[in-house]
Design a protein around this ligand. Structure first.
Ligand SMILES: [Zn+2]
Length: 262
């Protein structure tokens, strides 16, 4: 069954030795991660399915990493002391692939290392317990509707197995919120973040699918497709979307939100 779902950001600056003094500006996000981790441990899933925008991506297929173990490190950000390791949930991955490969393009890959879209949130969410199994998924550039549909299949697979699962949609919102933002400034960037958060609170998938494509492009987000897969998995479930924090100290929208299941 599905016992926990959340939306998280993934700035490498959240890792203390990378963020250094900049981490002071992320204290609210870190507090939100503290709450999320506590709730995750209460829900006690066997497996965490984490959807990232930054792993090996296929244009026209969803990608799942089937390595037996995954390493998380931050070497590419010049941080060599943090090394985490997680076990895979191959049983879940094979179930998903076997049951749905005829209706959904699913590409299996084998990669030792997790990308930072998965590593940064897992660093915070597994501080107390590193034994949960991990399923790392990367979204595709198939249509938004296909992402919802893929999420529904993940949900089906979850409920066909006798284990407890969490789904984490990793993604930052707009990268253009301020003049010194990494992707430059767009006056409409704030509008995108505000609108998406509003629609998440209303659980209005239809209107998320109908957000003006130009507005999405202007925002330079990386999280929308991760969120769409999560929304697909949450369809027909009773939940409240709780914003634990939203902030943008460096011009990128960092949303931490939990879908509180009844
Ligand atoms: Zn990103």
């Amino acid at each position: 069954m599905l016992v926990f779902s959340a939306i998280v950001p993934h700035p490498p600056l959240l890792i203390p030795s990378i963020g250094k003094d900049k981490i002071d500006k992320l204290q609210k996000t870190i507090k939100a991660f503290d709450i999320l981790e506590e709730d995750l441990n209460k829900a006690d899933p066997d497996t965490i399915i984490i959807i990232s925008p930054h792993g090996e991506m296929n244009f026209d297929a969803f990608t799942i990493n089937t390595n037996e173990t995954y390493k998380a490190n931050f070497n590419e950000f010049g941080e060599f002391s943090t090394k985490l390791e997680f076990k895979s949930d191959l049983n879940f991955i094979m179930q998903l692939k076997r049951k749905y490969e005829s209706s959904m393009p699913i590409q299996l890959i084998s990669e030792d290392n997790l990308d930072h879209g998965a590593s940064v949130p897992l660093y915070y969410l597994t501080r107390q317990n590193k034994d949960r199994r991990i399923v790392p998924i990367n979204y595709s550039f198939l249509s938004f509707e296909k992402h919802i549909e893929f999420g529904k299949l993940i949900k089906d697979a979850i409920f066909s197995l006798d284990k407890k699962y969490a789904i984490i949609a990793s993604g930052d919102l707009s990268h253009k919120l301020t003049k010194n933002a990494p992707a430059g400034f767009s006056p409409r960037a704030k509008e995108f973040d505000k609108k998406l958060i509003q629609l998440l609170k209303k659980r209005n998938i239809e209107n998320v699918l109908n957000i003006d494509p130009k507005l999405i492009e202007d925002s330079a987000e990386c999280g929308l497709r991760s969120i769409l897969i999560l929304l697909g998995a949450m369809s027909n479930m009773d939940y409240d979307f709780e914003v634990l924090n939203y902030e943008s100290p460096f011009g990128v929208g960092y949303l931490v939100g939990e879908m509180n299941l009844d």
